[in-house]
Design a protein around this ligand. Structure first.
Ligand SMILES: *Cc1c(COP(=O)(O)O)cnc(C)c1O
Ligand code: SF4
Length: 344
């Protein structure tokens, strides 16, 4: 049954869906039957970072609901264009951390490879929103340089494909990189950081499954779901295929005001993830990126949400609350006991 579903899915089907994604506020709001007069000021925000939403993701939104938590993540709004002090274009100073094009080496045992800067969806809170999205992917030479760089660091045992979104790359491109990494004896794991299966579940096609099934590397996939409504049967089925192929499935979320800053929603998210064979990994505090301040949830609120989750979920369904800071040896864990909780 499952095999047949995969076999009949055409390899290029996801690319077609990607090319048909909504790319304007007008067309998305029309599709969702929301009068556009309710958003008078989006023009500049849309110009700064264009809208991009595959239909499969729009179909998970509630028609007519301007407050839909999925819509809020992708809709350009007026607040984005108001400068807020402390919010910058490159909060993580990543432009300084890449020794060779397309590679970030911030943490000791793992490197992050940016295969391309495109994504299947544009998330308004993303710290990459100011990066040059029109950049092309890596050339063959740049690709070789990356593999050579990793070869020089025996302590690197894991290569993380990120972006942009690595699953925008074709299966053949991914296979070339995996084949090259397999020749490095100290690399044992490959990890995908991706939101594509959430917004375009058909991306997990038969060729991709056979790619992850046949590599000698252990494969980890870190999904990016922020709200339980993002987990629907098509997504869950894709996750089942990956699990059957031996992939370890984890999820990272960003704590977002008006989307998931609520213990009931986060509890449902953890439960829904686990039903789809995924364990919660990180809950990130927002990076202070210009244009995203209206999504910010203050750290003490994040701490009290995690404490509520600890009281209602098994430990393995509670994500680690972290912040990403420049020049640190890892993500920074947020302590769960602080002065304000002592006084409660
Ligand atoms: C987040 C990140 C990683 C992965 O960190 P983990 O804690 O292993 O998930 C690796 N490199 C960079 C540059 C990162 O930003
Ligand atoms: S990198 Fe991730 S969070 Fe940022 S726009 Fe792409 S999919 Fe969204």
């Amino acid at each position: 049954m499952i095999t047949r579903t995969i076999a009949t899915c055409q390899t290029q089907e996801w690319q077609k869906q990607l090319s048909e994604a909504f790319t304007s506020v007008k067309s998305l709001l029309e599709y969702l039957k929301i009068p556009k007069e309710q958003f008078p000021h989006w023009a500049q925000a849309e110009k700064d970072f264009p809208l991009r939403v595959p239909k499969a993701f729009a179909d998970k939104m509630s028609a007519g609901d301007i407050h839909d938590p999925l819509l809020r993540q992708v809709l350009p709004i007026h607040e984005e264009t108001i400068p807020v002090s402390g919010y910058t274009d490159d909060p993580l100073m990543e432009r300084d951390a890449n020794p060779t094009k397309g590679l970030l080496h911030k943490y000791r045992s793992r490197v992050l490879v940016i295969l391309g800067s495109a994504c299947a969806v544009h998330c308004r809170y993303c710290f990459r929103r100011h990066f040059p999205y029109q950049d092309n992917g890596l050339s063959q030479q740049e690709f070789n340089d990356i593999v050579q760089y990793v070869g020089r660091f025996p302590e690197v045992n894991e290569v993380i494909l990120s972006g942009g979104d690595p699953l925008i790359s074709s299966n053949s491109r991914l296979k070339r990189l995996i084949d090259a990494l397999e020749t490095l004896p100290h690399v044992s794991r490959i990890r995908f950081h991706t939101r594509t299966p959430v917004v375009l579940p058909d991306r997990i096609d038969a060729d991709f499954i056979s790619l992850v099934e046949n590599t000698s590397l252990q494969v980890v996939m870190v999904l990016h779901c922020n709200h339980p409504q993002e987990i629907d049967p098509a997504f869950s089925q894709a996750m089942t295929h990956l699990k059957q192929a031996g992939v370890t499935l984890l999820n990272q979320s960003v704590l977002l005001k008006g989307v998931n800053d609520n213990a009931a929603v986060l509890t449902q998210l953890s439960e829904a993830l686990f039903s789809a064979h995924i364990l919660p990994y990180y809950l990130h505090l927002l990076d202070p990126v210009a244009g995203a301040s209206h999504f910010d949830v203050e750290e003490p609120i994040g701490v009290s949400l995690i404490n509520e989750l600890l009281a209602s979920l098994p430990g393995y369904l509670v994500p680690k609350l972290v912040r990403e800071e420049a020049n640190q040896p890892s993500k920074s864990p947020i302590p769960l006991v602080n002065e304000s909780s002592n006084s409660l």
